[in-house]
Design a protein around this ligand. Structure first.
Ligand code: NAD
Ligand code: ZN
Length: 350
């Protein structure tokens, strides 16, 4: 149980959903945004905590994180006469949080919203940091804005119904947070081998989001240190995008796990990370995540995807490298040859 205070809002971790009550006072109307899964699994926990609200339902999945779904959300707000003093509660994973926050921030030039993240990924990552948006023209998160919610309410009980794959996907961001800035948490994590039967998530959530919060507070608009959070994501995003085109789709965190191995390799090759630490990271990640074969024939395509990444500057592929377990350096680069070598290194793990 904890309350993390940010400049203009608080994050409530396992304080109980009744914490929502005072926030729902004084609004002209309250809307709760759900998808088919969070309506079924999460809404029952919330229903008793707020008096009267209107439900906005959307289909689940990243493919619906688009302008058509936004139109349906705005339409429902409009139809129900939501005025500037309405509140939107986003109950769901990162898709609901990013898109609901975006719709709230743009409806009538902005109404208040509260994030209640229900996946591990959204609890430790997507729900904090103020990034909101949708996918457009096949480019992920290409339309959006930075805007903070009134509050973030995290309840680890929601995770009980989350499928194992989604849990493990979110766990990659917990691993990432420890690798970039908390060697002690890494020590704790690397002892957790059986993720499937692990159920003490509450002990990992708070320190993990504290790491993200510290970084975001120093650099809310990603001009500098916030890029540390991109560790594993330069190569990971490319692998994730490519996998979308095949039948072997990867969840975000599964792709980031691959990215973290490759980028740890690059960190080692840049003389920043020791061989022992590279091996320790590789060993742990390959214990937790099933191996995925990267087809050598796709290498050029992967490099192309990395080159198109919006995080790049001056046409250079931008990386965050580890200098140690628990420490990192932003704005790093690597040659194409080394990037390809890092993919081959990942492939060679058995
Ligand atoms: N804003 C940010 O800073 C940020 C950071 C990371 C990721 N993201 C975004 O987050 C999204 C991914 O988030 P996600 O992984 O939470 O995906 P998601 O929202 O699609 O949720 C994953 C699946 O779990 C279901 N679900 C949610 N809660 C559940 C529960 N408690 N029990 C059972 N099923 C449940 C959902 O319906 C969905 O099918 C991406 O769109 C990504 O771009 C944003
Ligand atoms: Zn991520």
């Amino acid at each position: 149980m904890a309350i993390l205070k940010l400049q203009d809002y608080n994050i409530y971790v396992n304080e109980g959903l009744q914490i929502l009550q005072p926030f729902t006072q004084n609004y002209s109307s309250i809307f709760v945004l759900v998808d088919d899964n969070t309506q079924k699994y999460c809404l029952p926990l919330l229903e008793q905590k707020i008096n009267s609200f209107k439900l906005i339902e959307i289909p689940s999945g990243e493919i619906h994180k688009n302008i058509e779904t936004c139109q349906s959300i705005w339409n429902q707000l409009m139809k129900n006469n939501a005025d500037r003093n309405a509140l939107l509660i986003n109950l769901g994973g990162g898709v609901i949080g990013d898109m609901g926050g975006f719709c709230a921030s743009t409806y009538k030039r902005g109404i208040d919203f509260i994030q209640i993240p229900t996946t591990l990924l959204s609890q430790v990552d997507a729900s904090i940091g103020g990034k909101l948006g949708i996918d457009f023209a096949q480019v992920k998160n290409s339309i959006g804005l930075f805007q903070n919610p009134k509050a973030v309410i995290i309840e680890s009980d929601f995770l009980k119904t989350l499928p194992f794959g989604e849990l493990r996907s979110g766990y990659a961001e917990i691993i990432k947070h420890s690798l970039i800035s908390d060697a002690q948490q890494w020590q704790q994590l690397s002892k957790i081998i059986d993720i499937q039967n692990f159920n003490n998530w509450q002990i990992l959530i708070e320190p993990s989001l504290q790491i993200k919060q510290n970084i975001v507070q120093q650099d809310p608009f990603e001009k500098g240190i916030r890029k540390a959070l991109n560790f594993g994501h330069t190569i990971g995003h490319a692998v994730e995008s490519l996998a979308l085109e095949t039948t072997q789709a990867l969840l975000h965190g599964e792709a980031i796990a691959i990215g973290m191995v490759c980028e740890s390799y690059l960190s080692h090759k840049a003389d920043l990370l020791s061989k022992n630490q590279l091996e320790e990271i590789t060993q742990y990640i390959s214990t937790v995540y099933a191996h995925y074969s990267i087809n050598e024939a796709d290498s050029t395509k992967l490099l192309q995807l990395m080159r198109n990444d919006k995080k790049n500057q001056n046409h250079q592929i931008n990386f965050t490298f580890l200098t140690n377990i628990g420490q990192c350096q932003i704005n790093q680069t690597a040659s194409d040859k080394l990037i390809l070598e890092s993919l081959a290194y990942y492939n060679s793990i058995t």
